[in-house]
Write a protein that binds this ligand. Structure first.
Ligand SMILES: Cc1cc2nc3c(=O)[nH]c(=O)nc-3n(C[C@H](O)[C@H](O)[C@H](O)COP(=O)(O)O)c2cc1C
Length: 495
């Protein structure tokens, strides 16, 4: 069955929309002109040499400006260790030549996991996760020479509201709560769903520090204290309505992350501490009407539980607080900030601008370039607020053939220090080496943002409770059969 008929059947694309594809550019100039026509400024550069130049991250030098973004494969074992496909992914990422490999969301506790196959850094898994990191380094060394200028880090996460065991909320959110499902009943949580207590949050601080100790033991170069995509620490940034020491003022909302970073820096001075943070949450969208175009959910103004978002208009960025957080964390010695935005469950078009929406999404309510531009502006604002801290920009994959040209322009003009590739790494894990060796990405491997990877991730009807994800169109031998199995099970339901 063709992709078109699959997508039509899954009610995501009307025939008209299938015909109106967005990505039409044949050169960087056409991309720039397309952006101008939308009132946007997306600069590009033909000189890509800056992407191959070294830069400083903390006290380490990395050999190029290319980052493999954290990309969860949902392919671990039920007890949180890497599976065969997980190992394969990091072998490919190591081989691929990017100087920073930002390994995926790894839970700090069992009840912090987003799905039953998410990695979990614990006593019984740390050796296996350490071996995965070592395999990644070995593979990098074999294909690229040395590892002295490579950083491999681990993203430490608590899934909070999206924990698969049970939603764990830092704050009630009037728009997000009705969309948050208690998986034990399949029903949305109610208004009286209990919040995590201050003692719970103190315990979670300890769990973060324990996980960082384990990470140091297995020799990772950095740990990311994850604050993005509305998982727990991201939600805390927006917890203006929470009473007590972890809510209200920005100082309180950042208490947990500041305590964790401060403690890790004191106890483990050789471990780099970094963060991936949302600089804009926005608010939830849902598909509406026959064509299922995303429309913003009903909400009252002023908004009080969306971080980096104007209280008066959800579309307006409010980067003041995200910049203040970046400044606070810079004072604590954060070595790198990876800037992201949005919520993958409730506004996926913000997190990952796409040509085709995922099965639990809706048709984009905006041109994908608007989403790319938003991500670029957010990263620029943070980089300007903390010029001494290397900032990694996100949201590049939709630019396809011209990712390197936009990335080179952003680095050259000081908008970011490094650029991260997300979905594009699943189709083209060796994008960095291809660029170094041939001056371009391999056209036959460039991600076209058709959302297969997200669709696999959203398919839960599997004996282990979760399908593994990857790139069926470009990594066919491995993921083609999995897609065949998963496709009839696509539910179209958000988790
Ligand atoms: C399959 C999949 C898995 C992802 N896993 C993670 C993750 O573990 N941690 C994270 O911060 N972001 C995760 N993301 C988001 C990406 O890192 C990235 O921010 C997003 O895809 C936008 O970048 P891109 O346009 O280069 O794809 C994931 C995205 C996808 C599609």
């Amino acid at each position: 069955m063709s992709l078109w008929s699959e997508l039509s059947r899954s009610r995501l694309l009307s025939r008209t929309q299938l015909m109106a594809r967005y990505y039409k550019y044949r050169s960087p100039e056409e991309l720039e002109a397309g952006a101008r026509a939308l009132g946007l400024d997306i600069p590009t550069s033909q000189d890509l040499s800056v992407l191959l130049s070294p830069c400083q991250v903390g006290d380490r030098t990395v050999k190029n400006r290319m980052v493999v973004q954290p990309m969860e494969g949902c392919d671990g074992t039920l007890d949180g260790a890497p599976g065969e496909l997980t190992i394969r992914r990091y072998q490919r990422f190591g081989d691929g030549g990017a100087a920073v490999i930002w390994a995926e969301a790894t839970a700090i506790a069992e009840n912090a996991r987003m799905n039953p196959r998410q990695l979990w850094l614990a006593e019984h898994t740390q050796r296996a996760i350490g071996e995965m990191i070592e395999i990644c380094r070995r593979s990098h060394r074999a294909a690229n020479g040395s590892t002295g200028d490579l950083l491999v880090g681990l993203q430490l996460t608590h899934s909070g509201r999206y924990s698969h065991v049970r939603p764990q909320l830092a704050v009630h959110d009037p728009v997000l709560d009705p969309l948050t499902i208690d998986r034990s009943t399949g029903q949305p949580i109610g208004k009286d769903w209990p919040l995590l207590s201050d003692d719970d949050l103190k315990r979670i601080e300890d769990e973060y520090v324990d996980a960082a100790r384990r990470a140091a033991t297995i020799d990772v170069d950095f740990v990311d204290i994850k604050q993005c995509h509305r998982y727990l620490l991201s939600e805390l940034l927006a917890a203006r309505n929470r009473p007590g020491p972890y809510g209200g003022s920005l100082e309180n909302r950042t208490r947990l992350v500041r305590n964790v970073i401060g403690r890790i820096r004191d106890e483990l001075p050789d471990l780099l501490v970094v963060t991936r943070m949302n600089a804009y949450d926005g608010i939830p969208y849902q598909g509406q009407g026959e064509d299922f175009v995303g429309a913003v959910c009903d909400h009252d103004l002023p908004l009080s539980t969306a971080f980096g978002t104007s209280p008066h208009d959800h579309l307006d960025l409010a980067p003041e607080e995200p910049c203040q957080v970046a400044t606070m964390l810079a004072e604590l010695g954060i070595a790198m900030i990876n800037v992201s935005a949005g919520n993958p469950y409730s506004n996926p078009h913000v997190v990952r601008p796409a040509e085709f929406p995922p099965v639990d999404g809706y048709h984009a309510p905006e041109h994908p370039l608007v989403g790319v531009d938003r991500q670029f502006r957010l990263a620029r604002a943070i980089q300007q607020a903390v010029p001494e801290v290397p900032v990694v920009g996100s949201g590049y994959s939709w630019l396809q053939d011209f990712v390197p040209h936009a990335a080179a322009a952003n680095i050259t003009n000081g908008s970011v220090t490094l650029f991260g590739l997300g979905r594009g790494t699943l189709s083209h894990p060796d994008f960095a080496r291809a660029l170094a060796e041939t001056g371009q990405f391999n056209r036959k491997q460039i991600c076209r943002t058709f959302s297969y990877c997200t669709n696999l991730m959203r398919t839960k009807d599997h004996p282990l409770g979760q399908f593994p994800t990857g790139c069926p169109p470009f990594d066919k031998q491995t993921y083609g059969p999995l897609w065949k199995e998963a496709e009839p099970k696509l539910t179209g339901k958000s988790e």
